[in-house]
Ligand binder design. Structure first.
Ligand code: NAD
Ligand code: TDX
Length: 331
């Protein structure tokens, strides 16, 4: 099977490519990645001899056409992915997430290629802090940030291309991922790499916001489950019942570094900050038989801390630039 992975030099995409090469010897993997600040060739170093990396944009119609023509399936991870950046400058989010997805859809339409679109639970907006309501595949779209609005737009394009043009596509909407190779701008790697440097974690606002954490390896087994068993045109929600407040995450990290749990700083809150995300993954579990391997968040978190401690060469080159961006917004 010839697999074209967009965004394969980013966090989730690189984990997907490494897992695919390890577990599916028959797969021939090509990565299309623009190598933005968030993409890193070295995330594919362990599989460099098995994977072709094409440096280019998903919004480049000619390049996309030739790569899609040579694929059996396109797995679409490429995106501008960070909410805080989308508040500072939404423009690349529209270009990559909306125009880029449109460009891919036109190519899979022309060539009749199977398409899987990787998306986020943030398209549904947020849930109240109190109560046990969860997102389901029928929750109305209500995105809050420029990032989530452009992901919502891309999801709706995929749905329309299925209905209007018969494109063979599926969509998955996953909750917050953690694990190796996540950019240091994101919450968990930012705090872990601060702690390595003896810098206190930085919590937006009161830290009561809740995220539904899933290990990236579990997200990726679910993506393969949808590619292989998902029904065309359907949306599958991916989550592993990992609801945890940001405050609890920071306390756990401090403890893993042998520090006082409450030794952190409160910093300026994110404008429009979503309160709580929670996923009902019963469709994925019941229909496709998927189950997560990482069921204890603290164990997965400890393994992730170990990875960042052991792989400073990977993250150190990105750290100063990420912190400089935060300094501009007082975070
Ligand atoms: P990331 O920012 O780590 O990686 C994105 C990758 O896309 C980078 O390698 C970047 O170079 C590449 N890219 C950006 N613009 C491109 C373009 N125009 N053409 C080609 N490549 C381009 O993001 P991530 O966290 O790995 O997220 C991957 C996907 O999963 C995204 O679609 C995101 O919306 C979705 N998602 C992420 C999470 C999460 O918690 N990180 C959760 C749910 C869904
Ligand atoms: O320094 C910080 N302090 C802090 O309290 C940072 C960087 C974040 N936060 C908070 C904001 C969020 O409540 O932590 C939470 C997680 O923040 P992010 O890592 O920026 O993730 P989030 O905004 O929840 O979005 C993530 O999950 C859904 C991914 O970045 C998206 O790509 C994905 O779609």
């Amino acid at each position: 099977m010839r697999v074209l992975v967009t965004g394969g030099a980013g966090f989730i995409g690189a984990n997907f490519v490494q897992q695919t090469v390890a577990e599916r010897p028959e797969a021939v993997v090509t990565v299309l990645d623009a190598l933005t600040y968030a993409g890193d060739r070295s995330s594919l170093a362990p599989v460099a001899d098995r994977v072709e990396l094409v440096h280019g944009s998903i919004a480049d119609a000619d390049l996309v056409d030739s790569l899609v023509a040579a694929a059996d399936v396109v797995v679409h991870f490429a995106a501008e992915s960070h909410n805080d950046n989308s508040l500072a400058d939404p423009s690349p989010f529209v270009q990559t997430n909306v125009v880029g997805t449109f460009t891919l859809l036109e190519a899979v339409r022309r060539h009749g290629v199977r398409f899987h679109h990787v998306s986020t639970d943030e398209v549904y907006g947020d849930l109240p802090l109190e109560g046990d309501e969860k997102f389901t595949p029928t929750t109305p779209y209500n995105p809050s940030s420029p990032y989530s609005a452009t992901k919502a737009g891309s999801d709706l394009l995929v749905r329309a291309w299925v209905r209007s043009f018969g494109v063979a596509a599926t969509i998955s909407n996953c909750s917050n991922n953690y694990g190796p190779y996540q950019h240091v701008e994101k919450f968990i790697p930012r705090q872990v790499t601060n702690l390595v440097d003896g810098v206190r974690p930085r919590l937006y606002g009161a830290g009561l916001n809740v995220r539904d954490w899933i290990h990236v390896a579990d997200h990726n087994t679910a993506v393969w489950a949808v590619i292989e068993g998902g029904r065309i045109g359907e949306t599958y929600l991916i989550g592993a019942d990992g609801e945890t407040s940001n405050l609890e995450v920071v306390r756990a990290l401090n403890e893993l570094f042998g520090r006082e749990a409450d030794d952190f700083d409160h910093v300026t809150d994110r404008p429009g900050h979503d309160l709580r995300y929670a996923i009902d993954a019963s469709k994925l579990r019941d229909e496709l038989g998927w189950t997560p391997r990482y069921t204890d968040f603290r164990t997965g978190l400890a393994a992730t801390v170990d990875w960042y401690r052991a792989n400073e060469d990977w993250w150190r080159p990105h750290k100063a630039a990420a912190e400089a961006r935060y300094a501009r917004s007082g975070q």
